[in-house]
Design a protein around this ligand. Sequence first.
Ligand SMILES: [Zn+2]
Length: 398
Amino acid sequence: MGQVVNLRPIGNRPATEFGIIYGPITNRPQINNLPHAALLKPSNLEEMNAPDSAQASVFKRILLKPLAFPGFAQALSTLTNTRVSIFMLHRFSVPASDVSGHDPQTLRRILSHLRKMRYNLVSLQEVFRRMREGEPLQRAIAFTIDDGYFDHARIAAPIFAEFDCPVTTFLSTGFLDRKTWFWWDRTMYIFQATKRTELQACLGNDKFVYRLDSDTARLNACLDLNARCQDAPEADRLACVLHLSREADVELPVNPPARFAPMSWDEAREAEKRGMTFGPHTVTHPVLSTTSDEQADFEITESWKRLNAEVSRPVPVFCYPSGRSRDFGEREIATVRRLGLWGAVTGEAGKIRSDRFRQPDATPFRVPRFYFLDSLPYVLQCVSGIQTIKTQIRRVVA
Ligand SMILES: [Zn+2]
């Protein structure tokens, strides 16, 4: 018998204890709504979800509310010398397919505000081009989406097109080629489908026992195992999922169930016509730092090759799966450089150092992005530079 994992119930808080719930934060546990992003704990999100201290409440009253007033966020961005912000999004709400995610109407409201305030909504490639060529950037915002799910083409592409806002989606090409579906979706599928009320998971030499006596317990168990898997070697993670499916007596379908499905390449090409562009995000979405030299090279090289074969305007910027600083290293940067790509984006929040872009260090290959939340004040905190300052202060204090 393995270690029994005592998970605290989510109760009236969102599942951010173990990960992230996309879109509007509700009090309702959403078991169908965790996956990839749920694995990440970007620093900016931890801060957003930290309980307010008295000082934080005062800060919010005097500074955050006026952020939506015309000119205020822009003035702050000048003060903080924030010239460009890149956001990353994941899934979009599709109630009919039981997918929860970013709320379309909230996204429209945020894009409409950014347009009204005359932010420069530019493509990721244009951001990189200007930084490479030393051209000025002012109040520039770029949007990116990770992974290549069907909702990115069917829901997100039309919304961004409505506002004539460029958006780049990073594709795991093996997912679009229907050769694989994501491991965090598999664990979700197993935890939802199993009839067992207790389930043992094996990860490497570790064993965990989860009690599954409610939806909340299943959700917490899945989040807990996903977080553990994220930091495990690739082989152990894949073996864990296979073992879990046997223990749970749940057969994993070869093709993903509808809600976990990718867009097709035809849909990608249609989305391209609406203004969406596509960048490489590996073939199978491993955490690259946990893979062999051969696999790391294959994942980066082959995804760029497949992208070039399928879409007409591939974006020469790579996106590291999971994207924490420990999830990639010099080896991956060397491969991205060798392919002639312009750089790469991470999943870490922080200030984009466009002033260092032309120096011979790895700055263009470690470009940070802000996690996107369905909240205008939060988005304005990011683009005004306030979020970066908060992150820096917390790093110093911690
Ligand atoms: Zn991803």
